[in-house]
Design a protein around this ligand. Sequence first.
Ligand code: 1QQ
Length: 398
Amino acid sequence: MKKSTSVKTSLFVTCVVFLTACGGGSSETNTVVSGAIPIGIAVAQTSNVALLGQEQVAGAKIAQKYFNDKGGVNGTPIKLVFQDAGGDENSAINAFQTLINKDKVVGIVGPTLSQQAFSADPIANRAKVPVFGPSNTAKGIPQIGKYIARVSAPVAVVAPNAVDAALKKNPQIKKVAVFYAQNDAFSKSETESFQQAVKGKGLELVTVQKFQTSDTDFQSQATNALNLKPDLVIISGLAADGGNLVRQLRELGYKGLIIGGNGLNTSNIFPVCKAVCDGVMIAQAYSPEQPGEVNTAFRQAYVNQYKTEPPQFSAQAFAGVQVYVEALKAIDEKSKISETYLSKLRTELNQQRLIGKYNTPLGEISFTPEGEIVQKEFYVAQIKMSKDGQNGKFVFLK
Ligand code: 1QQ
């Protein structure tokens, strides 16, 4: 045992001194992690998408403190390395490349949008660096490659719950108008799931209206839809556009139920639609009431810091970091991480993470061999705003 370790160490030294002797690009990863174990977080810290991404930063940071306080990876702390993935594909690609090549992380949690994941994930996959999509819910994410998994349940599993809940609230619903952002992969995927659910319930899909995530004026689409007298509107877009669309539908006199998709799943839409955010229903892959020990600690830490209940995107980012930590512990128990080449560690981490069961704030989760999350519990919440539109909260429906 000892002998093979010292052979490995001397090979490592040789590679560092004579980089080229170790053969091209792969030599870069013939290094070992010394000190705190770097995990990359590549989510949106700027652009409109930061309305969603800032909740992910919060969740990841709480996870870092929680697990390091508990001893990290068998005594070695983790160190989150943040690179801003912005709101578009290029920013996500740059963040991934920096994390992979410069920061030499063992794995990545990111990016925020599926639209970004379809461009950035193949880069990590080729570099053999594991990725957890923390909020990538479009169809096809784990199928991007062997190194791509997600902790965010797909739209096909989550979205239909909101349609069921809307029908429970108002069994008279017959006509449904659907809106979606046609320049966003997640929105296109989610609207498919919503439209299927609507048809599956025998409801009439009276119109499908398209917009762009960069739009601020929805008058023509909203008017077109409202002329058809829908009694349910379903929106698949992101926070800023989605919030504006909700507001304009109400300003045009729409009184029926509105379902917002996952892109509206943040209190950061409250300043956009203010009082008329009230009543919007959104399916959830997380509930603050989840009774497990880890969620209780996560919830407490979040409430202490932010004075409000933790949102789904924070819980999912926490779960991504958690699974890495627990998988790293399992690896380290078999052979010391501090003596394992980074390239080998990344591959082992990719395999190990898919094997375990994890008690996370999302409840117990595990993964299919392809990297799809297996999660048991889903919820639906409805936004409740104060009369003046200054404060709001997500009320979970029974
Ligand atoms: C995706 C999403 C986003 C709305 C999460 C922030 O679900 O892009 O897949």
